[in-house]
Design a protein around this ligand. Structure first.
Ligand code: PEP
Ligand code: MG
Length: 585
């Protein structure tokens, strides 16, 4: 920190518990406006040379990235990333883009940045008119290559997420789940972004990796002066401090020590049961985004996996994962859980979770959050579902599994999925593939208000329920879960949300099926007594939050929790509910 650097404190949404002090690494996502000018006639040759040097440097950068992606573990789809980078390299060879830019510099006498911008726009427009989804997806690649060239021409340094120094804190406009899934397990220590809401996927993934994160910050955080500055990400208080003073640093070092002590204490609970003070077990399972979390999940004392999000297998690649590849990924988790159940959710892609590999199946929609996604896509493109079911059923030979269907709206979706599951099972038996003779339990995510309100009919066709409160809140209050601008209204304690939850829990319990919760509400100790009081006896959450929730459970009784839940459910005023929950105990 230089003596003259002034401390600034930016407030945002703390989405991942923990504090980290480190060095800021600014991922420059937007370039300042590229210059556009006409060249003096004798300058065109020099401009072509300048452009060719930029092309050379771009190739060097991509080759460097390619070497890095080759070193990534198999699960990170390194081959597919490598394939994509090859496509970018090809675009920088004697391609239409390169020839077009050269032609524009020479014939129209314009500067290289302007020529690249124009040529990229032209090619992208032509691609779009072809109306082929595969070609349309190539537009992103043309833009990416164009951006790289313009950045080099403008001498803006190359800042890639893949280059974050060990322990660095990333400051970015936005980080997608696909980008996070590419990062090495311990490569970065903190995240601070301008966009993103409390239950968005960046938040969910940051939490699942145990990385302190603050989202929804002012764009001031992205000013170039902060690159390399000392930064504090306070995921507890929702603050980003840049250039902290010595006093601030001392305060945060103390907070950090307290957090570490707290964590060590909590870790001692790992092997103790999650029993309420009056002896009722609440089953705590883990949510799993990526297999690299397996070791941490085991160390947390989780009783199996309550939500295995399979989307990572489809991200950062152009081709669909084969049955074999999916089987390998799932069986690794099943084996590691050593007899504890693993709940595998079928593909929940579409809407806010895009995946290039599926672009041929997904068209552009005006309202993707309400469109072709999750179980709707699986039942439309049944070969996708069959491949997943076959991989899951095969993995089930190696340990107990359950299958969970995302974004279910009506009972017929569960019925149809079940008949496909039975058919896949019968086919595998015919093929003499080693298989459990019984079908695994098939459960339903309750995450759409219509599903919650018709939970009685869904309970009749489901073997278990899992409440996805992230989407249930989003669709009930019409608030995008990843949007920082309206994050205030993303309130789990909105009485409408609580009533839907109570209704579906009751319907499940009446039908005698297990009811679990796997949304982020399960990871917040503020809500634990309320959830237990509403009848929840199984929760699935990020491994990082599991010890704290266990500690909370061990201090509660069922009687007090029931009383608390009744008190909350008797209210209709959201502010009053917030107050009651805050003041509990
Ligand atoms: C949810 O919606 O609460 C949920 C657990 O699913 P996801 O966060 O993957 O959408
Ligand atoms: Mg969901």
């Amino acid at each position: 920190m230089s003596d003259s650097a002034k401390e600034i404190v930016l407030t945002g949404i703390g989405v991942s518990q923990g504090i980290v002090i480190g060095s800021a690494y600014l991922v420059q996502i937007e370039l300042p406006g590229a210059p556009e000018y006409v060249l003096p006639p004798d300058q065109t040759e020099a401009e072509v040379t300048r452009f060719e040097q930029a092309v050379f440097q771009a190739k060097e950068e991509i080759s460097g990235l390619k070497n890095k992606s080759d070193g990534l573990p198999k699960m990170s789809s390194s081959e597919d990333i490598s394939f994509l980078l090859d496509a970018h390299l090809a675009m920088l060879s004697d391609s239409r883009l390169i020839r077009g830019v050269r032609h524009k510099i020479v014939q129209e006498g314009i500067n290289a940045e302007w020529a690249v911008g124009q040529e990229v726009a032209l090619i992208a427009e032509q691609f779009r008119q072809i109306k082929d989804q595969y070609i349309a997806a190539r537009c992103d690649d043309v833009f990416a290559v164009g951006y790289r060239l313009i950045r080099i021409l403008m001498n803006v340094p190359y800042m890639s997420l893949g280059d974050v120094p060990q322990g660095g804190i990333v400051l970015a406009r936005e980080i997608s789940p696909a980008e996070i899934s590419l990062l090495g397990p311990r490569s970065l220590s903190g995240i601070a972004t301008v966009h993103g809401g409390v239950a968005g996927h960046t938040a969910v993934m940051a939490r699942s990796m145990g990385i302190p994160a603050v989202l929804g910050l002012s764009p001031t955080a992205l000013e170039s002066q902060y690159n390399g500055a000392t930064a504090i990400v306070d995921g507890v208080g929702g603050r980003l401090v840049l250039n902290p003073t010595l006093t601030t640093l001392r305060i945060y070092e103390q907070k950090l020590q307290m957090l570490r002590r707290d964590r060590r204490e909590l870790q001692k609970l790992a092997q103790l049961p999650a029993l309420t003070a009056d002896g009722v077990e609440i089953v705590l399972r883990a949510n799993l985004e990526m297999p690299r979390e397996l070791m941490d999940i085991k160390a947390s004392g989780a009783k199996g996996v309550g939500l295995f999000r399979t989307e990572f297998m489809f991200m950062n690649r152009d081709e669909l994962p084969s049955e074999e590849e999916q089987f390998e990924a799932i069986v690794e988790v099943v084996r590691a859980m050593k007899g504890e159940p693993v709940t595998i959710r079928t593909l929940d892609i579409g809407g806010d979770k895009p995946a290039r590999a599926l672009s041929a199946y997904l068209s552009k929609e005006a309202n993707p959050a309400l469109g072709m996604r999750a179980i709707r896509l699986s039942l439309k493109e049944t070969q996708l579902l069959c491949t997943q079911f076959r991989a899951i059923l095969r993995a089930g030979y190696f340990g107990p599994i359950r299958i969970l269907l995302p974004m279910v709206t009506i009972a017929s979706e569960v019925r149809n999925a079940r008949s496909i599951l039975m058919e896949c099972h019968a086919n595998l038996l015919k093929e003499k593939v080693p298989l459990s003779s019984e079908l695994p339990p098939l459960g339903t995510m309750i995450e759409i208000p219509a599903a919650a309100l018709s939970a009685d009919s869904l309970a009749a066709v489901s073997d278990f329920f899992s409440l996805g409160t992230n989407d249930l809140i989003q669709y009930t209050v019409a608030i995008d879960r990843g949007n920082d601008q309206v994050a205030e209204l993303f309130n789990p304690l909105n009485p409408a949300v609580l009533r839907l939850m109570e209704f579906s829990i009751q319907a499940g319990l009446r039908a005698g099926i297990p009811v679990s919760i796997c949304g982020e509400m399960a990871a917040d100790p503020k809500f634990t007594a309320l959830l237990i009081g509403l009848g929840i006896r199984e929760m699935s959450l990020g491994f990082d939050s599991l010890p704290r929730i266990k500690q909370c459970i061990r201090s509660l009784t069922i009687g007090k929790s029931n009383e608390h839940a009744r008190h909350v459910m008797d209210q209709y005023d959201p502010d009053r509910i917030i107050q009651i929950v805050r003041n509990f105990r």
